[in-house]
Design a protein around this ligand. Structure first.
Ligand SMILES: Cc1ncc(COP(=O)(O)O)c(C=O)c1O
Length: 393
């Protein structure tokens, strides 16, 4: 029998990754200026320091690192995180679980909490990778309106009141894809609503340390008195995505369930990369490293904003204070997918915004990344985009 009768699991029915994957094939072409991914710049990746720390930890604790480790995490990293989280993020975490990138935090929280049909309230637009994860657990995604200062908390409360929701998924700082940041007042309100209505909050905060302007805001988790907020941290954007180290911080009971779920996912996050991240924290290497990469990213962000200021009237865009992305809205009659085809022919790539919305549409939006391109590439690529838009108006 050939494979034509093969039936995939129903959980894949709502999921298609194809459109974005096609774009990522294109950006691999030589000479392409890519505003499409969310990668750190090559200059930001601390390869020499990682080599030095890798050698150090293997010399000091090589046998334990090369042996199977605990699902609960590499002990030294847990110790460092327990000191770093209150000092750096401003909240006490009853429990911490190192994970294989914060991508795994979303997967484990859904594994622990979500039954098919459970409702999860999500920002619209939101991070595609985690939208896909929630769909794979057969959650019903409920979009909440977005405003300049993050999600609309009045709409959020109406949604929670209208029908029981299990979880709220939010990216409060320099959101992917919009670059928007949730205001302080709204952070407090979300923590209060979670407690009042008994809804979990998955607070996904991988960009918070990449701040180029303005004051840092406390996480939603710091206003959480009862444990309804589970915080996801990641070292992908501030050290390296290839190390695959992130963490969950929150209620011990919830994290225990996630730990049990992790046993069958990957047994544990690689000891070696946890040990490298531990050294970054233990030796207090992050402040200088983040200051250095932020200086470059700030200049890249400014260069892109400077180019956007020359775009024709009717094109609007966010002015993020940090992170890796700028969100652009074209006049309604323009279609970002068509623009992408023309741009690719001129060796420029980006991601059309429609892919980040639960229900698609919003064809006139696009996401631009500035971290992975040089200043020259940003000026050149943005000039090409501007001319293409001018021609289509
Ligand atoms: C909002 C958001 N969450 C999570 C991730 C994944 O991060 P990690 O590499 O830690 O899995 C990304 C990556 O782009 C992201 O944008």
């Amino acid at each position: 029998m050939n494979l034509s009768s093969l039936q995939y699991a129903r959980r894949f029915d709502q999921v298609s990754g194809s459109a974005i994957r096609e774009i990522f094939k294109v950006i691999a072409q030589p000479g392409m200026i890519s505003f499409a991914g969310g990668n750190p710049s090559l200059a930001a990746l601390p390869d020499e320091k990682a080599a030095e720390l890798s050698s150090l930890v293997l010399k000091e604790n090589g046998k334990a690192i090369l042996q199977y480790g605990a699902t609960e995490g590499y002990p030294a990293l847990i110790e460092s995180l327990k000191a770093w989280i209150p000092a750096h993020l401003g909240f006490e975490a009853p429990a911490v679980l190192p994970v294989t990138g914060s991508t795994q935090a979303m997967d484990l929280l859904c594994k622990a909490m979500i039954n098919p049909g459970d409702r999860i309230i999500v920002e619209d637009p939101s991070f595609l990778g985690n939208l896909q994860c929630m769909k794979l657990y057969e959650a019903e995604l409920v979009p909440v309106d977005s405003q300049e200062d993050g999600l609309d908390v009045c709409h959020l409360e109406r949604l929670i009141q209208a029908q029981k929701s299990k979880m709220i998924y939010t990216i409060p700082t320099f959101q992917n894809p919009t670059g928007k940041t949730l205001s302080l007042a709204k952070r407090k309100i979300i923590a209060e609503l979670a407690c009042q209505y008994g809804v979990l909050v998955a607070e996904d905060d991988p960009y918070r340390d990449l701040r180029y302007r303005g004051e840092a805001l406390p996480p939603i988790k710091s206003f959480d008195s009862e444990g309804w907020v589970v915080y996801f941290g990641s070292f992908s954007k501030i050290i390296s995505p290839g190390l695959r180290v992130g963490f969950m911080a929150g209620d011990a009971g919830i994290l225990r369930k996630c730990t049990i779920g992790k046993q069958s996912s990957d047994v544990h996050t690689a000891n070696l990369t946890q040990a490298i991240v531990d050294q970054f924290l233990r030796q207090d290497l992050l402040p200088d490293h983040i200051a250095r990469i932020s200086r470059d990213y700030a200049a890249q962000c400014d260069a892109m904003l400077e180019e956007l200021a020359r775009f024709p009237a009717g094109v609007s865009y966010t002015r993020p204070e940090g992170g890796l992305f700028i969100w652009v809205e074209l006049p309604e009659r323009l279609n970002a997918k068509d623009l992408l085809q023309q741009a690719i022919a001129r060796k420029v790539a980006f991601v059309p915004g429609t892919h980040f919305y639960c229900g698609g549409e919003h064809e006139n939006t696009l996401r631009l990344n500035f971290s992975a391109s040089t200043l020259d590439q940003i000026h050149e690529g943005m000039t090409i985009l501007r001319k293409l838009i001018e021609e289509s108006l």
